[in-house]
Design a protein around this ligand. Structure first.
Ligand code: DP6
Length: 323
């Protein structure tokens, strides 16, 4: 067996995952739905070799400490269990995403790792099973196995918590404009942040109802290519997720001043007749959902405010591929 390289793209959740029901099996409290993006991806090569006494994980050219590589080694252990492979692995991963800036690098990273590690160990997993394996590294990675619009069905156990393509081939002229406001590592990881929200926010029970309602409403809107309804749902869903951080004990927030300024700019654009909507994950960077025809207006305005280098235009992207 030789080295295998896989490429997986990030995804942006339109209806967010924010909370685990089982931290060991990485089962979420709710289902979620995302759009895989073409601009941000991770390439990961895995090789099981005889000359190592521990797994060796290199990310963007830097060897990770055992603490930093813990989740990666956990996924490798699962692959070894499933395949009977006994050797340690050399893992080399390159993120074409600003790492840990709320652009979901863990999603592309663990989807690519699941793909490369399972194949390098001789397993031929279905994409559904790959999504289950990716989930064990990072929840949002579950959805990055597929392209286009993807649902992560919460399920009730390891076998039933998996990604299902909702619409893989997206024939809808939409875009997601990513505004990179702060490429540094986030202070509160999503893992910690969501756990704190689950256990301390008095609004958590309401969030579960919000997600169920939003999922039921966004699916027909996507199928009907109803931009306004899709945009209204994704924006409100993101703000309600962030309300779980503000209402946690102790309270925290992923926003910075520029995040708030960007949200206002999006509302101003809308008021001036340019339809667009914002969403944020566990970081300060804002993503703006718009129609292809409005991209010039949206990007010109954002570039004028924050600089053209900070503005990255993404479109629906593909599922996992082996290089
Ligand atoms: C805000 O998947 O990074 O991006 O499962 O603990 O690794 P872990 O968390 P992660 O959380 C993603 C949270 C989110 C929303 C989403 O992608 O659905």
């Amino acid at each position: 067996m030789t080295a295998v390289t896989a490429r997986a793209h990030t995804n942006i959740a339109l209806v967010k995952y924010w909370g685990k029901a089982d931290t060991k099996l990485m089962l979420p409290q709710t289902s979620s739905l995302s759009l895989t993006l073409d601009q941000f991806y991770t390439d990961t090569t895995v090789d099981f070799v005889s000359d190592l006494t521990a797994d060796e994980v290199v990310l963007n050219g830097q060897v990770l400490t055992p603490t930093a590589s813990q989740k990666v080694r956990h996924v490798l252990d699962l692959v070894r269990q499933q395949s009977g492979e006994t050797r340690f692995a050399r893992v080399n991963s390159t993120n074409h995403v600003p790492t840990a800036a709320g652009l979901a690098s863990s999603a592309s990273a663990f989807a690519a790792l699941a793909g490369a590690a399972s194949r390098a160990a001789g397993l031929t997993l279905s994409r559904t099973d790959l999504s289950r394996l990716a989930r064990r590294g990072s929840g949002s990675a579950t959805r990055s196995v597929f392209g286009g619009f993807v649902e992560w069905q919460a399920g009730t156990d390891d076998a039933t918590s998996l990604a299902v393509p909702f619409q893989e081939q997206v024939d809808w002229p939409i875009a997601m404009v990513a505004l990179v406001l702060d490429p540094r590592h986030k202070k509160v990881s999503s893992t910690q942040g969501m756990q704190s929200s689950v256990t301390t926010s008095p609004y958590y029970p309401a969030w579960k109802t919000v997600v169920a309602d939003d999922l039921a409403a966004i699916k027909p809107a996507i199928l009907a290519q109803d931009f306004t309804t899709t945009g209204e749902i994704l924006e409100a869903n993101a703000m309600r997720m962030h309300a779980l951080t503000l209402s946690a004990n102790p309270p925290f927030s992923y926003f910075n001043g520029e995040s708030l300024a960007t949200m206002q700019t999006v509302r101003d654009l809308r008021a001036s007749g340019v339809p667009c909507y914002y969403t944020l994950d566990a970081g300060p960077n804002v993503k703006v959902f718009c129609q292809e025809a409005d991209l010039p207006a949206v990007t010109t305005r954002l570039a004028a405010q924050f600089g053209a280098d900070q503005v990255i235009v993404a479109h629906p992207g593909p599922g996992i591929a082996f290089l």
